[in-house]
Design a protein around this ligand. Structure first.
Ligand SMILES: Nc1ncnc2c1ncn2[C@@H]1O[C@H](COP(=O)(O)OP(=O)(O)OP(=O)(O)O)[C@@H](O)[C@H]1O
Ligand SMILES: Cc1ncc(COP(=O)(O)O)c(N)n1
Length: 301
């Protein structure tokens, strides 16, 4: 495990739902944190009966028990960075936000999980407003996909230009960095490079674009959880926001590529978090690109 400059093991907490199939949620988060050599801890908000074919059932943990788990972790182990995933309902969001305010933690990554791949809602519709009001002001980084970005900004996103507008509007709700993920963007949105999957990052008033080749596969269950946990782990290790996103992007590309040929489940198979973590993000290599100052393939930092 990696240690901080002060000599203690780097500790990351995920507050999320359980995926019995092991591909997304708490399980994907902990596997990813472990791969990044960060000590992973978990507070469960819900249990899903889930596999690669879909979600068969959801059991919601009480807000009181969520609170108890948070206190157990904080009072003994300590927390360097927090990631939130499936938060299910208004009371749990309120409980989590109150706790984060109390401990006054800087590094908070919010993955605003709303719907599972097969279409099952993982957050109640009426809870989106409280997510915006209570949790977003506490976030250092938020990682919506296009559909989640639409819910947060309140209008439909029809092209890549709209993604920019949405990122600016979501940043106005509080997060220091907004990452609009490209997994669900239609290929023709990226004019010069239709076979790339591009994640748009808005931080410090500037846009940076992280792109990789799009792996031709339907086995992408858990990509969002894995990507945000990789960012969380890198932030915990002391990396900057852009460095963290770059490393996460390189990692998720490998994790999706490796899962393409494996035989885990009959449906939307999970990503493979045993992929190696890159030594650093390589913007000039064949698979990765960064777009800045009007050109592809410039140095990322
Ligand atoms: N086919 C693919 N090839 C390479 N990278 C991908 C692919 N699909 C998604 N990614 C990457 O995975 C990460 C998660 O993106 P995505 O938009 O799929 O998130 P998500 O919608 O939250 O995930 P999910 O669909 O699993 O809920 C992003 O970095 C994205 O670029
Ligand atoms: C418990 C749980 N949490 C999150 C997701 C979304 O997964 P993804 O990482 O694919 O966005 C999921 N399907 N189940």
């Amino acid at each position: 495990m990696i240690r901080t400059d002060q000599g203690h093991v780097v500790r990351a907490l995920t507050i999320a739902g359980s995926d019995s199939g092991g591909g997304a949620g708490i399980q994907a988060d902990l596997k990813t944190m472990h791969q990044f050599q960060v000590y992973g801890m978990s507070v469960l908000t819900s249990l899903t009966a889930q596999n690669t074919n879909g979600v068969q059932g959801i059991y919601e943990v009480t807000p009181e028990f969520v609170r108890l788990q948070l206190e157990s972790v904080y009072t003994d182990l300590g927390i360097d960075v927090v990631k939130t995933g499936m938060l299910v309902n208004t009371k749990i969001i309120h409980t989590v936000a109150s706790f984060l305010r109390e401990i006054d933690i800087e590094k908070v990554v919010v993955d605003p999980v709303m719907v599972a791949k097969g279409g099952t809602p993982l957050l109640r519709q009426e809870s989106v407003e409280i997510l915006k009001d209570e949790l977003l002001p506490l976030a250092m980084v938020i990682t919506p996909n296009v559909v989640e970005a639409e819910e947060l900004c309140g209008y439909s996103i029809r092209d890549f230009e709209d993604c920019h507008r949405a990122a600016i509007d979501i940043a106005a709700l509080g997060p220091r960095a907004v990452i609009v993920k490209g997994g669900h963007m239609p290929p023709d949105w990226i004019k010069d490079a239709p076979n790339l999957v591009v994640d748009l990052v808005y931080v410090g008033g500037e846009f940076t674009y992280f792109a990789s080749e799009r792996v031709d596969t339907y086995k992408t269950h858990g990509t969002g959880c894995t990507f945000s946990s990789a960012i969380t782990s890198m932030l915990a290790r002391g990396a900057s926001i852009l460095e963290s996103v770059g490393m996460a992007k390189a990692f998720i590309y490998e994790a999706v590529k490796r899962a393409k040929t494996w035989d885990v489940g009959a449906g939307h198979g999970p990503t493979d978090q045993s992929a190696p973590i890159p030594a650093r993000f390589e913007p000039m290599s064949s698979a990765f690109y960064v777009f800045r100052n009007g050109r592809w393939n410039e140095e990322s930092r």
